[in-house]
Design a binder for this molecule. Structure first.
Ligand code: SIN
Length: 304
C-alpha cells in the first residue's frame, strides 16, 4: 500500500529563456527541446542549462551528433573534466579479460569512459544503484553520457533516482539518527568485486563521506549512500552498519516514485547531477549490444 507523500508540493521552474523543456516526471528529468549541442553554446544558453540541470537533476537531449572533442567541450562548460579510476594506468602490465572489455586503455583518451556491452560481456557498467565514483575524495559532480548504439531488441534503459526525495521520505527520527554519521565508499567494491578489473597504481580510491549531505548549490539535503560503493557506516558495529545500509538501499530499490526512466535512442545525451541522484543501467538485452561514451565533470569540493 502506498501512503501519500508528506513532502511539500513541488514547484520546480519550467520556464527558461533559451529553450523549452518537456518534463519526464514532476520532480526529476527534463528533456531539453530544440538545442543542437554540436554548435557552440552561448553563455546565456549555458546559464539556462545550468539552471535547468539544477532544477531537474537530469537533462535529456535527443537526436544529437557529436564527436569526442565536442562531447568534452560541452561537459567542460560545467567544470574541469574527470578521469575515471578505471582509465588510470594499471598497477600491472597484465589485464584480465573483464578489465579490457571496455577497451579502457590508459591514456587513449582518459577523459572518455566507454560504456560498452556485448554478448561476450561479463558485466554491464552501472547495473546497480550507484552514484558515479563516490570512492573519490571529491567525486565527479556530474556525468554526461552519449549513447550511439541501442540494443536491437529494445531495452537498455537507465533509471535515475531523486536523492533529495529519498531523504525527504525518511521519517524525522531516521533523519536525525543519520545526520552526522559518515560512511566508507570503496572503489574495490565495484571495480574489483564486480568487474574483476586490475587496479591502478596505488589501488582504487576509498573515501569517507557524510551519510546525509547538503547540495552545495541548492542547499537541499541528500541521502548520500549507494549500493555501488558504500561498504560501511563508521562508528557502528558491523551488523548494525550492514542492517542500516540494507534498509537504506532497500528504501531506494523499493520506492518507484523516486525514479525517472530514460529510454535511449542512438544520439541521446543525458547529463545528470551526481550530487543529488543515483542511477541504474538495466541489462535486459543480453546477448545484444549497447554502446556509449561518458564524460564526467570534476567536483570542486568534498561532499559535506
Ligand atoms: C553509468 O554511467 O553508470 C552507465 C549508465 C548507463 O550505461 O546507462
Amino acid at each position: 500500500m502506498n501512503i501519500r507523500t508528506t513532502t511539500a508540493p513541488l514547484t520546480l521552474n519550467r520556464e527558461y529563456a533559451s529553450f523549452e523543456i518537456k518534463t519526464l516526471t514532476p520532480h526529476i528529468g527534463a528533456q531539453v527541446l530544440g538545442l543542437d549541442l554540436s554548435q557552440p553554446l552561448a553563455d546565456s544558453v549555458v546559464q539556462d542549462l545550468h539552471k535547468a540541470w539544477s532544477d531537474w537533476k537530469l537533462l535529456v537531449f535527443r537526436d544529437q551528433h557529436i564527436d569526442r572533442t565536442q562531447h568534452k567541450a560541452i561537459a567542460s562548460h560545467f567544470g574541469q573534466l574527470h578521469v575515471h579510476p578505471m582509465n588510470l594506468p594499471k598497477a600491472q602490465a597484465t589485464t584480465t579479460a573483464t578489465a579490457t572489455q571496455n577497451n579502457r586503455a590508459a591514456n587513449e583518451d582518459p577523459e572518455i569512459l566507454k560504456v560498452k556491452t556485448t554478448g561476450d560481456s561479463p558485466y554491464t557498467a552501472g547495473d546497480a544503484w550507484h552514484t558515479d565514483v563516490t570512492c573519490d575524495p571529491i567525486p565527479p559532480l556530474g556525468s554526461m553520457l552519449y549513447i550511439t548504439q541501442t540494443p536491437e531488441c529494445g531495452g537498455g534503459d537507465t533509471l535515475f533516482a531523486d536523492m533529495y526525495l529519498a531523504y525527504d521520505l525518511l521519517s524525522d527520527p531516521m533523519k536525525n539518527f543519520l545526520d552526522g554519521l559518515e560512511a566508507i565508499h570503496d572503489g574495490a567494491k565495484p571495480y574489483i568485486g564486480a568487474y574483476k578489473s586490475t587496479p591502478p597504481e596505488g589501488g582504487y580510491p576509498r573515501s569517507t563521506h557524510p551519510v546525509i549531505t547538503t547540495h552545495p548549490e541548492t542547499g537541499r539535503k541528500v541521502l548520500y549512500v549507494n549500493s555501488g560503493f558504500t561498504t560501511r557506516i563508521k562508528g557502528l558495529a558491523a551488523n548494525e552498519s550492514a542492517a542500516l545500509l540494507d534498509m537504506l538501499f532497500r528504501h531506494i530499490d523499493s520506492t518507484p516514485k523516486l525514479y525517472c526512466r530514460v529510454e535511449w535512442q542512438p544520439g541521446t545525451i543525458t547529463f545528470w547531477d551526481n550530487r543529488c541522484t543515483q542511477h541504474h543501467a538495466v541489462w535486459d538485452y543480453y546477448p545484444h549490444s549497447r554502446y556509449g561514451e561518458r564524460v564526467s565533470v570534476l567536483g570542486s569540493e568534498r561532499p559535506a
